[in-house]
Design a protein around this ligand. Structure first.
Ligand code: BGC
Length: 751
């Protein structure tokens, strides 16, 4: 009897445990098994509910089965403040400020993948604390034209550099249990008419220039999400594009994550069903009109899809694939019990933000000028305080917050140290710091509900402001001009491109006027894009200051004062004129409107020859080359030696050279390796970046640097074979410190 009771008790207990622990909740089970189990329990309504939004930034979980709602947020430089459920306006929370990290163009300029890892991890911790399961970023669209208003959100012009930086960002973020959503896949390389542009590009260029960073994010970074772009490719919107999504992303790259539409990037139910879209967000429409509120059931992947299944036009085959992916995403994020709780605005996050800012700032130019003390000629930077009584700071960007504005990447930073404040804090009262605004660009007091820190209200005319700056510049020991672009419309801002290459708001005239009274001028360009600099040869020191996030002023002051030795390198070519940019030279931007159609065909006529590849082909002379960046110390590179003269397809080949810090302060140098294919069956760029390494050296220190490549670095995409090929023959490795300063040339053969 006792035995029987025990058996009954045990059986009931086992059943209870079983009932409490279905396979999908059993963490000891394989994730694919859990997905199948959950899928089998879902109703059609539940399946449809998880593949489209339920608010501006969330989609539904499966309440009945214990899956919480899924929250996304921008991206990519910090966690965006909350907006209302169904509106773009701020929700007015008091706990949604964040640490703002430098823009991705700055991250790319560090040429330091470890920084990208730290970036991803820190952002992941902030996202966790804010209960966001997916960050809408990073962005890896290629810098094709300096007019693209969103280049600041991306990682430059080179597919290899962007690939090496995106992988650790994605891994760092996802190591915290927060999904990346790599964007905007693909060919979203300008903003004007982004909903209408149909990109025409040959397969080689697509695979060699525009896809590698996405591919690396997927195949190496194992990104859990990717965002379809607004534009079209081969006449089909990229959020439901058969070639880009079904064939390349899901079949060739074996992407097992979720394709998220860009907000309002879905246009057609049947294409969305068949062509790889998994999660629809931001559609403003009821299918016909714009501006409906709470129209989520009218989304392309909502009622319309359900109807087609009920009518028998589609089975649940495609739907189940989408739902499996969404469930996989849930298990990786919201259902991951082992992820932490995260934390926000911590000292560690600010330290990461500052380190990235300091490593990304690029010293473009630093000529010698005569010093006051003994008349000796010395580089203008770093600033020498013992030789100075008064420093004049000029420019609106010295007092303008840049974490606010620019579109969807706009943040509500807990703080942002402005350049003027950073300098004042670092210099204290050792030297007088005077300020003159010099020009007015922007007087906006708030952006989407976030107040801009310092009042930019101004009533004085441009002439008055310029004259004041020139007057104050007379006799100043240094004039530091913080100019460049800003995050206003038609500047560095989503939705529109810049209208011109030149600096806005009369800054060129102001530079010229300042030069007439003071030659000790430092121009700090705040932007995510190159700008024309007609005065370049006459301004002794130029610094690329990006958009640096919360620690802007601190990082800039540290570099200007030499507390930090700059080591950033340009992630794009700084062309002298817009017409030197291959896309503009060939009249291949912004495309041609189709008569009577709402479509603009943009043919990438320059093909592979983007950025420095174009410089080599068209023999133009940029103001500053891709990979360029100076330091306060100097380095000398020894001759590189290869570990073999011939390699096979299975081999790797390594090049070793010594790098010595020959100057008087510690600093970092980036050793860059470009490959040149001596003879190939298809035309190739003269050289292409294939490896790089950043080394830190004390004064007088020498280190050996080894750069290793394999057959992939020698391959090109053969469109006739629809595959990558490496042709046997001669190659040259060109090694140096920028694309226009390559001091070692080593020949080798592929057998
Ligand atoms: C942008 C995306 C962004 C989304 C959500 C879109 O307009 O293109 O990058 O993630 O809005 O804010």
């Amino acid at each position: 009897m006792k035995h029987l009771i025990a058996t009954i008790v045990l059986t009931v207990a086992a059943q209870t445990v079983f009932a409490q622990q279905p396979i999908y909740l059993d963490e000891s089970k394989n994730i694919e098994e859990r997905i199948e189990d959950a899928l089998n329990r879902m109703t059609l309504d539940e399946k449809i509910a998880v593949i489209h939004a339920q608010s501006k930034f969330s989609s539904a979980g499966i309440k009945r089965l214990g899956f919480p709602d899924f929250w996304t947020d921008d991206g990519p430089h910090g966690v965006r403040p909350d907006v209302l459920w169904d509106e773009w306006e701020q929700a007015g929370q008091t706990n949604d400020s964040c640490a703002a990290f430098p823009a991705l163009s700055c991250l790319a300029a560090t040429w330091n993948p470890q920084m990208a890892r730290l970036y991803g991890e820190s952002l992941g911790e902030e996202a966790l604390y804010r209960n966001k399961a997916m960050i809408l970023g990073p962005g890896v669209n290629i810098y094709r034209t300096p007019l693209n208003g969103r280049n600041f959100e991306y990682m430059g012009e080179d597919p290899w550099l962007a690939s090496r930086m995106v992988v650790p960002y994605v891994q760092g973020l996802q190591s915290k249990g927060v999904a990346a959503c790599v964007k905007h896949y693909a060919l979203n390389n300008d903003e004007d008419f982004r909903h209408q542009v149909n990109v025409i590009v040959d397969d080689r260029t697509l695979h060699e220039i525009y896809l590698p960073a996405f591919r690396a994010a997927v195949t190496e970074g194992h990104a859990w999400g990717i965002m379809g772009a607004y534009n079209l490719y081969r006449n089909q919107h990229n959020c439901h594009n058969e070639i880009l999504l079904n064939q390349i992303l899901k079949r060739d790259w074996q992407f097992d994550g979720v394709v998220v539409s860009d907000w309002g990037g879905t246009h057609n139910t049947e294409e969305a069903i068949k062509n790889g879209l998994d999660l629809e967000f931001g559609t403003w429409t009821d299918g016909l009109t714009m501006g409906k509120t709470n129209a989520y059931d009218n989304y392309y992947l909502a009622d319309a899809y359900k109807r087609l299944i009920r009518e028998g036009k589609y089975t649940e085959r495609e739907l189940n694939d989408k739902v499996r992916r969404v469930l996989r995403l849930f298990f990786r994020t919201t259902m991951n019990k082992h992820k932490g709780y995260g934390f926000l605005c911590s000292e560690s996050h600010y330290e990461v933000a500052r380190s990235i800012a300091e490593e990304g700032i690029v010293l473009l130019k630093n000529d010698k000028v005569k010093t006051k003390k003994n008349g000796a000629a010395m580089s203008l930077l770093p600033l020498r305080l013992d030789d100075a009584k008064r420093i004049l700071v000029v420019g609106e960007n010295a007092i303008k917050m840049m974490t606010v504005g620019g579109g969807s990447s706009s943040l509500k930073a807990q703080f942002e140290i402005l350049p003027l404040d950073g300098l004042r804090k670092a210099i204290g009262n050792k030297v007088e710091i005077d300020y003159a605004r010099g020009y007015v660009g922007d007087t906006v007091q708030s952006y989407n509900g976030v107040t801009v820190g310092r009042s930019l209200y101004e009533t004085r005319t441009a002439d008055v402001l310029r004259n004041e700056a020139v007057e104050k510049a007379k006799g100043a020991d240094y004039v530091i001009f913080f100019g460049g672009l800003n995050k206003s419309d038609f500047q560095d801002c989503e939705g529109h491109d810049r209208k011109q290459y030149g600096l806005p708001y009369g800054q060129d005239e102001l530079v010229e006027a300042l030069l007439t009274v003071n030659k000790k001028l430092v121009f700090v360009n705040i932007s995510g894009n190159a700008v024309a600099m007609p005065w370049m040869s006459r301004v002794p020191a130029i610094v690329q200051g990006w958009f640096l996030g919360s620690e802007t002023g601190e990082a800039l002051a540290n570099v200007l004062l030499g507390i930090v030795n700059p080591s950033g390198k340009l992630p794009f070519t700084w062309h002298a004129a817009l017409n030197d940019v291959p896309a503009h030279r060939l009249n291949a931007y912004p495309g041609i409107w189709r008569t009577q159609h709402d479509i603009i065909d943009e043919e990438y006529k320059e093909g592979l020859f983007v950025g420095y590849r174009g410089v080599d082909k068209f023999k133009t002379k940029p103001l500053f080359a891709f990979g360029h960046g100076l330091s306060y110390t100097s380095f000398s590179l020894g001759k590189a030696i290869a570990d073999k003269s011939e390699m096979t397809r299975e081999d790797k080949i390594s090049f070793t050279l010594s790098v010595t810090n020959t100057g008087s302060c510690a600093g970092s140098e980036v050793v860059q390796l470009y490959v040149s294919d001596v003879k190939s069956s298809l035309p190739r760029p003269l050289k292409e970046l294939k490896a790089f390494k950043k080394v830190f050296l004390q004064p007088g220190e020498t280190q050996n640097v080894t750069l290793t490549i394999d057959v992939d670095a020698l391959s090109f995409y053969d469109d006739s074979k629809q595959n990558w090929v490496a042709e046997p023959g001669d190659f040259v490795a060109l090694i140096g410190t920028s694309s226009d300063h390559l001091t070692s040339k080593v020949k080798f053969k592929l057998r």
